[in-house]
Ligand binder design. Sequence first.
Ligand code: C2E
Ligand code: MG
Ligand code: MG
Ligand code: MG
Length: 278
Amino acid sequence: YESKKRRDAVSFFSEFDKTHLFSLAQIEYEIKHALDKDELFLVYQPQVNEHKKVVGVEALIRWQNDNLGFVPPDKLIAVAEANGYMEKIGSFVIEEALKTIHEVRRLTNCDFSLSINVSVKQLQNKDFLEHFVQLTESYGELDALNLILEVTENVFIDNVGSIKRLLVKLREKGVRIALDDFGTGYSSLSLLAELPLDELKLDKAFIDPVTDDPKALAMITSILSIAKALELQTVAEGVEAKEQHDLLCGIGCDSIQGYYHSRPVGKQELIEFISSHC
Ligand code: C2E
Ligand code: MG
Ligand code: MG
Ligand code: MG
């Protein structure tokens, strides 16, 4: 019961605790035990198409620690990557997301994709593919599981060749690949044609100005058109306002992920949302 209460408090924490400052040393100390102490859990954010149907769900990690409170995921991931914990945490995310979504699909009788973020530290392990297949095995054939792995561009900074080969193998097995956070940093257009991709996720920072700035709108319209030509599905991230939603659907964005539809939520709330959007 305690852990259910904690999970229901997720949106509360994410609202208020982002302003806290943590010492890196404290996080490094606490992260060692986070898995064993059952402090990590997942929340799920729906991706919804223009007909208000859930087409996908993204799993997002949360960490609630007694001493640190709520630690923002980007901070958790950065520390885990730097300290050698990312593979363990990554495996936990894959297992937990598969288990929960298997149940949610069964209970809602709704079909939608499951998106899981993966870190470069996971993909660099030569046994990732084998390990991933093992983790998914008990849920059926990989190509029937409707899975999407989300990677960011930093994954391709080193070892472009070996990461590309891994992604190709994953796609051959029926896993789709999304390029996350597109439009931030040094996003390169040439990457879109070069990489084995199925989906493009437009970052919130790229989406934010769409209703106010004609240049931003022109950029997004053009990117959507390129994505379509390359047969990539498109997801807009961080959509909070109805005006953004309507505009993006109007210019052909395939699905919308953001507070406008739903914040990331726990299993129970996800089931309720999907039941009314299937
Ligand atoms: P991301 O994969 O780009 O996830 C989208 C982020 O945008 C999430 O932040 C989500 O809560 C937030 N978001 C979605 N809609 C809105 C909105 O309308 N408004 C605002 N303000 N924010 C919105 P979150 O959960 O804090 O995660 C941050 C990042 O941490 C993720 O960005 C991802 O890069 C990383 N991350 C989260 N979970 C995992 C994980 O299991 N594994 C790995 N490797 N990385 C993860
Ligand atoms: Mg993501
Ligand atoms: Mg993103
Ligand atoms: Mg992000």
